[in-house]
Design a protein around this ligand. Structure first.
Ligand SMILES: NC(=O)c1ccc[n+]([C@@H]2O[C@H](COP(=O)([O-])OP(=O)(O)OC[C@H]3O[C@@H](n4cnc5c(N)ncnc54)[C@H](O)[C@@H]3O)[C@@H](O)[C@H]2O)c1
Length: 271
């Protein structure tokens, strides 16, 4: 099969028409850069107030300032507030939830997006790596959901970031793959229990998306060729292409969808 645009990333804005999210309040972890920052931009543009929480406070503040400046003339845009969090710290996540309530009166939407992507051959994974990966990628999602649910009302929605790595093995990424498999199943567990509170819990499982996390693929031609070979659509995804599925899961379009892991991966989970 010939590939028309090998390695090209399609970042043109997508036309997205979902029920109104205006006036809602969202918390996004890891919103300082990458997909989290893109989610913050998309939500603020649609009139959602956003609390962006990141380990890197300086980066988070810069992103919040940029989005605020971009939206300065946009009628009805939501505010973007920056705060620090280490998602491993349950109390810190609770404080983020309380900050959102203090600033905006409620929390309707929560995206557990922060994550790390470490590498090591399985035989040599250091204790510190497996502990940090499970603490950030898995415990961080659990504590985020707990903090979210403690302040949410029925009708609210949580979306976790899983990965195609939850169902496909990637050499040298055993810690990451197993953490994302845990995120996927944790999402199903949380959906069942938080369904009692009328809170939906879903996950997105992206494939290769063009962010800092995957920049090494772009910079390594053999790795890029291998990656493209495993993607039926023959290109990496752009953060923009994760936004539409995210808005769908957050919105009333998905009001009867919970415990679902939505693959947004160009088909790579099948290869
Ligand atoms: N980029 C991809 O191809 C891809 C694919 C599948 C899944 N994902 C997942 O999507 C999510 C976002 O990925 P991205 O590519 O935008 O990543 P990224 O590395 O660009 O951004 C991650 C953000 O999380 C923050 N963070 C890291 N550890 C944290 C902690 N302990 N507490 C709070 N914040 C912390 C970082 O400071 C950073 O701002 C991650 O969960 C990632 O595993 C990414």
């Amino acid at each position: 099969m010939t590939t028309e645009h090998p390695g090209r990333v399609e970042s043109t804005p997508m036309v997205v028409d979902h029920p109104d999210l205006r006036g809602k309040v969202a918390v996004i972890t890891g919103a300082g850069r990458g997909m989290g920052a893109r989610f913050a931009a998309a939500l603020a543009r649609r009139g959602v107030h956003v609390v962006g929480a990141d380990l890197d406070l300086a980066q988070m503040e810069e992103t919040a300032a940029t989005l605020t400046a971009e939206n300065a003339d946009a009628e009805g845009a939501g505010q973007v507030v920056a705060t620090a969090v280490d998602v491993r710290d349950r109390d810190a996540q609770q404080r983020v939830a309380e900050l959102a309530v203090e600033r905006f009166g409620r929390v309707d939407l929560w995206i557990n997006n922060a994550g790390i992507f470490p590498e090591a051959p399985a035989a040599d994974i250091p204790v510190s790596q497996i502990q940090a990966t499970l603490a950030i990628n898995v415990e961080g999602v659990l504590y985020g959901a707990q903090a979210a649910a403690s302040v949410m009302a029925p009708g609210a929605a949580i979306v976790n970031m899983a990965s195609v790595a939850a169902v496909r093995v990637r050499r040298g990424r055993a810690a990451y793959c197993s953490s994302k498999a845990a995120v996927a199943h944790l999402t199903e567990c949380l959906a069942v229990e938080y369904g009692d509170l009328g809170i939906r819990v879903n996950a997105i499982a992206p494939g290769f998306v063009d962010t800092e996390m995957t920049r090494w693929v772009q910079d390594d031609p053999p790795a890029l060729a291998k990656a493209l070979d495993s993607i039926p659509l023959h290109r990496l995804g752009s953060p923009e292409e994760i936004v539409g599925p995210m808005l769908f899961l957050l919105s009333d379009s998905a009001r009867y969808v919970t415990g679902h892991i939505l693959a947004v991966d160009g088909g790579s989970r099948h290869v």
